[in-house]
Design a protein around this ligand. Structure first.
Ligand code: NZQ
Ligand code: ZN
Length: 388
């Protein structure tokens, strides 16, 4: 088992009819002037926005509507400016991963004096050093952003998607109410299942770690998602199904699975470029890249692929056969949820995409990725070419 440090201060308030706890939690974190930040309006249509406003009697609050899927830097700068004008001391993110990630960025950008793009661009010496506190009300189980300290920010004018994070960016609290799942479109439900699945495998399909507990925990999440995934898409109002999806997604990326094990994350890094170039939904980029990456890195990953094939898919045969069939089973699972697994399913404009992605990785100096640092830009090019 590898050494590790585990820290997660986010308080999860899980279940239905819990929003009456909101005023008490806001007082605990000394919130007086609150920004409610949300997306394009799903929370207004579902009635959640009004329920939140009803809880905020006695607090000064203003709202910022319009954080997009794949949160846009320029939109978030407008929210930052509003926070400054209104002397906001607490932000409440109400939405999915994009709104929560956007709020993480806003919370760092409000007290930051320079150009926050330089922080995302990892310019030397440019870091967020303070953040205003924030909490979340989750509406889409997928990213785990409600329980972690990472965020991904888009800047379409540059065709770039950048990651940020650090211990300051854990939400103070997150309300996770599975009844919110009921209004999700099938497309977003499928995305949520695949994203949670991929967070788990990024921390599992590597090489044997000797951390038997974390491996079994990862397998428990995968098995649960396979069991409930198709059912929750058909019946998102089923509370038992929805609550299991929500809890799986939180667990997949709250920091627990990475304890003491090697992690990969190359699928995510490549996938972010496909979103930056083509606007393909995050989870779908993962479903496109993962099978091809596992084929390209087969020798490095085959021991864990075989373990996964036996324990999760009940496959039989030689170790190599099981490992190969496990990749096929994974791709078929994604497809069974209605998710296409090739770039050409999403865009006709894919000529040269493999070269473009390789060049981005070269420019950023990302020369050694994956659990063994064996994925270099030319390997990335091979994987993307195979994914077209
Ligand atoms: O904007 P609104 O109107 O709210 O609609 C949203 C949006 O169109 C809608 N939606 C959300 N909850 C709903 C709902 N519609 C009906 N009923 C509800 N209850 O769903 C659409 C997609 O929302 P979004 O927040 O973009 O989806 P998701 O949660 O999948 O987040 C994706 C973003 O998170 C990043 C991704 O890169 C992407 O930008 N990620 C963040 C991570 C993290 N912070 O740890 C890790 C992930 O790997 C991922 O990279
Ligand atoms: Zn993800």
């Amino acid at each position: 088992m590898l050494n590790f440090e585990y820290y997660n201060p986010t308080r999860i308030v899980f279940g239905k009819d819990q929003l009456n706890r909101l005023p008490e939690l806001l007082k605990e974190f000394k919130a007086k002037r609150i920004l409610i930040a949300y997306g394009q309006g799903s929370i207004v249509r579902s009635g959640l926005y009004q329920k939140i406003v009803d809880q905020l009697e006695g607090f000064h609050h203003v709202s910022f509507q319009g954080i997009e899927a794949n949160p846009e830097f320029t939109t978030l700068i407008k929210a930052r400016d509003l926070c400054r004008t209104e002397s906001i001391d607490f932000v409440l993110a109400v939405g999915g991963g994009s709104v929560i990630d956007g709020v993480k960025f806003i919370s760092g950008a409000v007290p930051y004096n320079g150009d926050p793009w330089e922080v995302l661009d990892k310019k030397e010496g440019c870091n967020f050093t303070e953040a205003i506190p924030f909490g979340t009300v989750l509406t889409l189980p997928a990213t785990g952003s409600e329980a972690n300290s990472g965020a991904v920010i888009n800047r379409s004018e540059f065709e770039q998607k950048r990651v940020m994070g650090g211990p300051m960016f854990f939400p103070k609290f997150s309300f996770c109410d599975p009844t919110q799942v009921a209004t999700l479109p099938k497309r977003q439900l499928a995305n949520g299942i695949v994203d949670a699945y991929m967070h788990t495998v990024e921390q599992y399909l590597t090489y044997p770690s000797g951390n038997l507990l974390q491996e079994r925990q990862a397998e428990a999440i995968l098995a649960t998602l396979i069991e409930i995934g198709p059912k929750v898409i058909e019946n998102p109002s089923d509370y038992t199904l929805a609550s299991n999806l929500m809890w799986c997604a939180t667990h997949a990326l709250n920091g627990n699975l990475r304890c003491g094990v090697p992690t990969d994350w190359a699928t995510h890094m490549i996938g972010h470029e496909l979103t930056a170039f083509y606007g393909i939904d995050h989870a779908r980029t993962l479903a496109i890249i993962a099978p091809r990456l596992y084929e390209a890195m087969f020798n490095d990953k085959k021991e864990k692929l075989a373990q996964y094939g036996k324990r999760i898919w009940n496959l039989s045969g030689s170790e190599d056969e099981i490992a190969l069939k496990a990749i096929e089973a994974t791709e078929e699972f994604f497809q069974s949820l209605g998710i296409d697994t090739h770039i050409s399913d999403y865009t006709e404009n894919h000529a040269g995409v493999e070269t473009r992605v390789r060049e981005v990785f070269e420019e950023r100096g990302w020369t050694a990725m994956g659990e063994r640092q064996a994925i270099d830009p030319s390997k990335v090019e091979e994987i993307v070419a195979a994914a077209i």
